[in-house]
Design a protein around this ligand. Structure first.
Ligand SMILES: Cc1cc2nc3c(=O)[nH]c(=O)nc-3n(C[C@H](O)[C@H](O)[C@H](O)COP(=O)(O)OP(=O)(O)OC[C@H]3O[C@@H](n4cnc5c(N)ncnc54)[C@H](O)[C@@H]3O)c2cc1C
Length: 547
């Protein structure tokens, strides 16, 4: 009996130690951060700035990080990582805050916002630019234009470079020059120990491979990138063709898919069904006359009664037109974006994506039109973007982004919810996007784009054959899951990612507001620790009774 009592006392001590090791207070983290050199900007629950910055710009899922820290410089990024590691918190980097699932902010963790790291230095002789990873794409297009250069990246100006390169980064120059991930020549990253690493094809090549398309926020924090840039194309034509209803939808998509993914790499285009109309949008790196010939050959513009406009633009103007609501290449202001998250950019939306590798049959085209016609309140869209061109020439394991040869199109479904509301999971709008996914499932590849984050899908479908190598990189560079992205390998170490359901009073998941540190910072996950403790207790008790 004495032995049994000793065993129970021993277990109580063990349990107390476990509690202590996972019960560090938020104060230890803020004290550490406040002691970092330079001006420190951090916010905790209760301040108005905390409310302003705790979510990114996609706010379907509300998040409550333990601390929000705006790094003023790279040294503060390093210091913040060390503070989190030693006080038992996970670190979630945020650049532009455009993750559709708000993955740049997770409950109870250190939100490390690097949007201040937005410097741009151009070396015209080598056609490269050194760029802070916190910069927003629109500001980078504008900065490079001052030197006569551009880069190949996404359309939305307020997307951040850090998360974009982790996704892959696809835009209207990708058929010509590839993804942004294909044009990152090297990067400076902060690892889990707070060390600065230069990563490229010869230095930490596996890590360099993973941060280009392997998902942001998981392997290291990218603070600076050496980017290949391109002399701005001198002649740019923007074409917009629109049909004011969906009746010609099947025919229009059929002609689009038959030519857009295989046409010259100088033409990038997409077709969008939404808001009650169909819109074809293209950027051609050449004169209008050539583009008109190409489109005539495709037969696309002979479908129904299309309203067609052409604009001859500067390179920067073309980039602006792709985002401007009127598709005007005069509205260069469309590209300039505030450095900080802006409430005016917030949207409440859910996105899903599908890659298409075989031509969509008639039934799929009909399904697309039917689903577009069923968009609740016309408050959503279906977009098909042509791949092919340069993207076809890159091996699927050259970077962690695998969707290369044979990929014809990327489809995106988006449904918007009203800002400031929490949409119930059984609502018509959730129903629409889920039913749309189901309706098209028989005709698509089953692979998805990680940039259009969707917590409903198995993350392996983002990375295809690259998943196993990503697991190895994660294991080598962040075995305890200090960095958290639930849609990358190591997700089992992420404590509070949510499951795609909205948070809040009407939602189906609960939200942690305590600011307590997560378990993943410890050398072993809590589940493992507890089972070890249980095993130990059983062993001790068995021994005690055996005596
Ligand atoms: C309106 C809209 C338009 C879009 N348009 C396009 C488009 O045209 N083409 C396209 O390819 N994609 C597009 N996207 C998708 C976009 O590329 C991804 O959502 C991207 O991950 C956003 O990056 P971010 O830095 O803005 O987001 P964040 O929310 O800040 O980050 C996204 C993820 O990356 C991690 N991360 C952020 N910064 C870093 C860093 N410095 N180092 C390591 N990890 C980091 C975060 O922790 C998080 O997991 C669009 C998204 C939206 C909402």
């Amino acid at each position: 009996m004495l032995s049994l009592a000793k065993a129970l006392v021993g277990f109580a001590i063990l349990a107390a130690n476990l509690k202590a090791s996972s019960g560090a207070s938020i104060d230890s983290l803020t004290s550490c951060l406040n002691a970092l050199p330079g001006t420190v900007e951090l916010y905790t629950s209760g301040s108005s700035q905390y409310e302003e910055y705790r979510d990114g710009e996609r706010v379907r899922l509300e998040r409550y990080p333990a601390v929000i820290f705006f790094a003023a410089n790279v040294e503060q990024v390093q210091g913040a990582v060390k503070c989190a590691s030693t006080t038992g918190y996970n670190v979630v980097p945020r650049s532009g805050g455009h993750s559709y699932e708000n993955l740049g902010s997770l409950d109870g963790q250190l939100l490390l916002d690097i949007s201040t790291l937005n410097n741009v230095t151009v070396d015209a002789a080598s056609s490269t630019a050194t760029v802070g990873a916190g910069i927003r794409l629109g500001n980078l297009y504008v900065a490079l234009d001052n030197f006569g250069f551009t880069f190949t990246g996404g359309v939305c100006p307020s997307v951040g470079l850090g998360g974009h390169m982790g996704a892959g980064g696809f835009g209207f120059l990708a058929r010509k020059w590839g993804l942004i991930a294909d044009n990152v020549l090297s990067a400076t990253v902060v690892d889990t120990s707070g060390n600065l690493l230069l990563v490229n094809s010869t230095s930490h090549p596996d890590l360099f491979w993973a941060i280009r398309g392997g998902g942001g926020g998981s392997y290291a924090i990218v603070v600076e990138v050496l980017l290949r840039v391109f002399p701005e194309p001198p002649v740019n034509t923007i074409v917009v063709a629109s049909w004011d209803n969906y009746t010609v939808g099947k025919d229009a998509i059929a002609r689009f898919q038959a030519f857009a993914p295989t046409t010259t790499e100088n033409l990038a285009s997409q077709i969008l069904l939404g808001f009650g109309s169909i819109t074809f949008l293209g950027r051609y790196l050449g004169p209008q006359s050539e583009l008109e010939t190409l489109l005539q050959q495709s037969g696309l513009l002979s479908v129904g009664n299309a309203t067609v406009t052409y604009q001859n633009c500067t390179s920067l103007g073309a980039q602006a037109a792709l985002w401007d609501s009127q598709a005007s290449c005069q509205n260069l202001d469309a590209l300039t974006t505030p450095t900080r998250l802006a409430a005016t950019n917030r949207e409440n939306a859910k996105a899903k994506s599908e890659y298409v590798t075989t031509l969509l049959p008639d039934a799929a085209l009909q399904a697309l039109v039917d689903r577009a016609s069923a968009i609740p309140n016309n408050f959503g869209f279906i977009e098909l973007a042509a791949h092919g061109g340069f993207l076809d020439t890159v091996p699927s394991n050259a970077t962690a982004f695998p969707h290369r040869k044979g990929t014809l199109m990327l489809i995106q479904y988006v449904i918007f919810f009203d800002l400031g509301t929490i949409e119930p999971m059984n609502s018509t709008r959730y129903g629409w996007i889920n039913d749309t996914e189901k309706a098209l499932a028989p005709y698509v590849s089953g692979a998805h784009y990680q940039g259009y984050a969707d917590l409903d899908v198995d993350p392996q479908t983002y990375f295809a054959g690259n998943w196993e190598r990503l697991k190895i990189v994660k294991g080598n560079y962040d075995p305890v899951g200090l960095f958290s992205n639930p849609q990358t390998p190591g997700a089992e170490l992420v404590p509070s990612a949510g499951q795609g359901a909205p948070t809040g009073p009407n939602g189906t998941t609960t939200t942690t507001k305590s600011g307590q540190p997560s378990a993943a910072h410890q050398n072993v996950p809590t589940g493992w620790t507890l089972s070890f403790a249980a095993t130990l207790l059983v062993a001790v008790l068995t021994f005690a009774f055996a005596r």
